[in-house]
Design a binder for this molecule. Structure first.
Ligand SMILES: Nc1nc2c(c(=O)[nH]1)N[C@H]1C(S)=C(S)[C@@H](COP(=O)(O)OP(=O)(O)OC[C@H]3O[C@@H](n4cnc5c(=O)[nH]c(N)nc54)[C@H](O)[C@@H]3O)O[C@H]1N2
Ligand SMILES: Nc1nc2c(c(=O)[nH]1)N[C@H]1C(S)=C(S)[C@@H](COP(=O)(O)OP(=O)(O)OC[C@H]3O[C@@H](n4cnc5c(=O)[nH]c(N)nc54)[C@H](O)[C@@H]3O)O[C@H]1N2
Ligand code: SF4
Ligand SMILES: [Mo]
Length: 745
């Protein structure tokens, strides 16, 4: 009999609640949950297609081992898979040392409960320095700037879109992406509502994206120059006496004078040519931001994934602060998530701040950031012989061969490993190199709650989606896989029995902390707390989450059981001002001018200005996203890939004419890293001198088991991404503003 279940969509950051009609394990229909407190019925084409994702015949359903000699796979039992891993990995680690294993965790880890809770345990158990993630091709610059300014890596202000009067968006296309570092369902509806109530939206993007089309104004910036633009806005704010953090922040901000000095050389006239935006426009935008009753500046992928990602991320919040819009209704505010976090527990208002660069990578000597090295250097670590060389790899929900820079080399490097394990749902460009693939259980058999994403919500809400079906005999919970891998690397053997032991040990550590710190469980007996949390046999990630909820900021009203009783979520209200309590900087202030950022502005920014001012007519490559696509892994769903080819080169008509590029024909695009041949799409929705290719494509490699994606293969744009173009403060790769040559074929 069909029944209705509700669950949070795990596909993107919007966290829409889905209403699923299921028959057994078949998802017959996916709709938006109209009663949901946050998404109110909103759904996008990807969410609607979730049933197709679940029933995709190409999915890996049981563990498999690859025979390297014949490059063929054989399905095995879970016990056999883990025994094999123990046999291969344990001696390798004993012989070559802990750093011989690298771990890469991919984007869906932020959207699934098991990795959110247990990746940390996996990484700690490996005791390797070689930890990598999709963060250094994504949001790491924002985490570094927020860490320096506010004291923790997740103290990221989000635009209060539901209440603001003016929104300046740089390098984001929420109409396609549904928002990022801003957890908000139905962002299209909310942006339209902003305009309908008389507000204004300005979009800074080298492309006239759908978001730019829907905005009041589009500023076609030169890729990579957002920091210059924002500093020119700061320059105007000071020059015209408009810089004011507001009464609410008085006494809580340091570094204002330094920022004034830093911005002094960057008048609108000085940067206009480099940014490709005229000085009058820049000046007007600065005045509008200052004059608007409330305003928020928001930057995303186009600002973070450039060589100046941390500076741009910093400058966004500097403008928020200096226009009086930080931490006030309608401005840029901090969420207070139900599960708590580093900026809500303990004593507030002051803290240890962040430390980065505690060690450097072996080969390229690149600094660690929040426990990881830049993914750009992973091939160096695999291919360079010597002590500490990476010889084995574990990927969890990642497809670095498609998503990371210099893909051709990374692909080759993975092929050269002695051993590789992938926890994944597909045999794709990356996991084809694995020796063992461990698939997670069906989506319907997992519980779900968002942890990191909730701390980026534009409203405080809480949701939990319980498993809707039981595990089938062939399935094994992903959280058990992660802990079983951890146990193997701790030398505890490969048996399933040890999983519970490790899980209990992890919980014990968390409970010990909870009872010894200020909060709802302070002073309680640890054993009693553990017994209470473990009632009815509860364990695994749910038990940990229950602890977080019951010791979090809403402990008086929330627990896992309380959320289970509310399938449409619990609304905890609009964002509230949190300064000074949210701060964890050593000074106890908002640090507008942290040393590493000040140094970077002084050291590198003049060079950017000079480079862009001497523009030689070269072409810069940027990316783009499409609503029906999701990074590299939803191209095997017919309803999402059918129709016009999506992986094309956008070229401005003037460039097309100059370079002899014809719509529908092929162009060869080359950087110093490599080249791809891609169909041309001539369009005036892109700035002249800029071309765009979406990432996530190129599915025609040998051994890739994605039959539908193969028919729409496209090309892998990261063949062009240069490993040497990095933001030094965050180790994040420049995926945008890459110099390329384009020729007609
Ligand atoms: N040129 C360019 N490159 C980019 C970007 C760009 O804008 N331009 N964007 C970057 C960004 S923002 C990101 S986040 C990265 C993403 O980089 P990655 O995280 O490395 O890549 P994804 O394409 O998200 O791959 C997700 C993998 O998880 C698997 N998977 C999906 N669902 C599950 C699940 O439930 N469990 C498990 N275990 N596995 C699952 C998929 O099969 C796939 O292998 O790409 C980056 N790369
Ligand atoms: N449909 C869909 N949704 C997604 C994803 C997906 O792949 N598909 N991926 C998810 C992930 S992992 C993430 S991180 C988010 C990303 O979310 P967004 O940041 O909103 O992603 P994009 O749509 O790539 O928008 C980035 C914009 O930056 C512009 N841009 C490029 N270079 C520059 C520059 O130098 N300056 C400025 N100002 N703009 C520039 C590009 O033209 C593009 O329009 O989306 C998430 N949601
Ligand atoms: S917007 Fe994101 S969360 Fe909402 S249905 Fe689409 S993919 Fe799922
Ligand atoms: Mo991302």
């Amino acid at each position: 009999m069909a029944r209705i279940v509700y669950r949070i969509c795990p596909l993107c950051e919007a966290t829409c609640n889905l209403e699923l009609r299921i028959e057994g394990r078949t998802i017959e229909l996916a709709r938006g949950d109209r009663e949901d407190v946050y998404s109110k019925g909103y759904i996008c084409p990807k969410g609607s297609a979730i049933g197709h994702l679940e029933s995709d015949p190409d999915r890996v359903r049981v563990p498999r081992i690859r025979d390297r000699a014949t490059d063929t796979w054989r399905d095995v039992s879970w016990d056999e898979a883990f025994a094999y891993i123990d046999d291969r990995l344990t001696p390798l680690l004993a012989e070559r040392g802990r750093d011989a294993v690298a771990i890469y965790v991919g984007n869906p880890c932020a959207h699934n409960l098991a990795p959110q809770v247990y990746n940390r345990v996996l990484i700690q158990s490996a005791r390797t320095k070689n930890v990598y993630s999709a963060s250094t091709v994504d949001q790491m610059p924002k985490q570094v700037s927020a860490g320096h300014m506010f004291g923790t890596a997740l103290s990221i202000p989000v635009p209060d879109v539901d209440h603001t009067d003016y929104l300046l968006i740089l390098g984001a296309n929420p109409f396609a992406s549904n928002g990022s570092l801003m957890t908000v369902p139905d962002i299209p509806g909310r942006l339209r509502a902003l305009r309908a109530r008389g507000g204004k939206i300005v979009v800074v993007d080298p492309r006239r994206s759908k978001t730019a089309d829907e905005a009041d104004e589009w500023l076609a910036v030169t890729p990579g120059t957002d920091t210059l633009l924002l500093l020119a806005i700061v320059n105007v704010l000071f020059a015209e006496g408009l810089a004011d953090v507001g009464d609410h922040l008085r006494g809580h901000v340091s570094g204002v004078e330094t920022v004034r000095e830093l911005a002094a050389p960057y008048s609108p006239e000085t940067v206009a040519r480099a940014c490709g935006i005229d000085a009058d426009t820049i000046r007007r935008i600065a005045r509008e931001l200052a004059a608007a009753p409330t305003a928020a500046v928001y930057g995303r992928i186009g600002t973070t994934t450039t060589e100046y990602g941390t500076l741009a991320s910093w400058a966004v919040d500097v403008v928020n602060a200096l226009t009086g819009n930080l931490d006030r209704r309608g401005g840029a505010m901090f969420n207070l998530p139900a599960i708590g976090g580093a900026n809500s527990g303990g004593q507030g208002g002051k803290g240890r701040g962040i430390k980065v660069g505690r060690r450097v990578s072996r080969v390229a000597q690149l600094p660690e950031v929040f426990g990881e090295f830049p993914v750009a250097t992973l091939p160096d670590e695999i291919e360079t012989p010597g002590d500490g060389q990476v010889r084995a790899m574990i990927t969890v929900a990642g497809n670095p061969v498609v998503s990371n820079p210099d893909s051709t080399r990374l692909d080759r490097a993975l092929a050269s490993l002695d051993f590789m394990i992938s926890v994944d749902i597909y045999c794709n460009e990356t996991t084809r190199h694995a020796d063992v693939i461990l698939p997670p259980e069906s989506l319907l058999a997992r519980g779900h709650i968002d942890l990191a994403l909730r701390s980026l919500g534009v409203r405080n809400v809480a949701h939990y989606s319980p498993p809707a079906v039981d595990l089938e005999p062939h399935e094994y919970a992903e959280w058990r896989s992660l802990l079983r891998l951890a146990a193997i690397m701790q030398g505890l053997g490969s048996s399933d029995d040890v999983v519970d032991t490790v899980d209990d040990f992890v919980l014990r550590g968390l409970v010990d902390r909870a009872v010894s710190r200020p909060g709802a469980f302070e002073g309680r007996e640890a054993d009693a707390v553990i017994a209470e949390l473990s009632a009815d046999g509860r364990r695994g990630p749910e038990r940990v989450v229950d602890l977080m909820l019951r010791t979090g900021p809403y402990a008086d009203q929330l627990s896992l059981d309380a959320l289970i009783a509310q399938p449409h979520g619990v609304d905890l209200g609009p964002l509230q001002p949190r300064i000074p309590n949210v701060l964890r900087t050593p000074s106890g202030t908002i640090e507008l001018a942290p040393d590493p950022i000040v140094d970077d502005v002084r050291d590198r920014l003049p060079r950017l200005l000079a480079e862009r001012n001497n523009d030689d007519g070269g072409i810069l490559l940027v990316g783009r996203r499409d609503l029906r696509s999701n990074n590299s892994w939803m191209h095997n769903i017919r309803v999402l890939v059918k129709g016009k080819a999506r992986c094309t080169l956008h070229v401005h008509p003037d460039d097309a004419q100059r370079l002899g590029l014809v719509d529908g024909k092929l162009a060869r695009v080359a950087s110093t890293a490599g080249s791809v041949d891609v169909p041309i799409e001539v369009t005036d929705s892109i700035r002249a001198g800029v071309v765009s290719i979406p990432h996530g494509w190129g599915h025609d490699g040998s051994g890739v088991q994605l039959s539908i994606a193969r028919e729409h293969a496209g090309v892998n744009s990261n063949v062009l991404t240069r490993p040497d173009l990095l933001d030094p403060l965050s180790g994040t790769s420049a995926l945008n503003a890459i110099p390329v040559e384009v020729v007609a074929l």
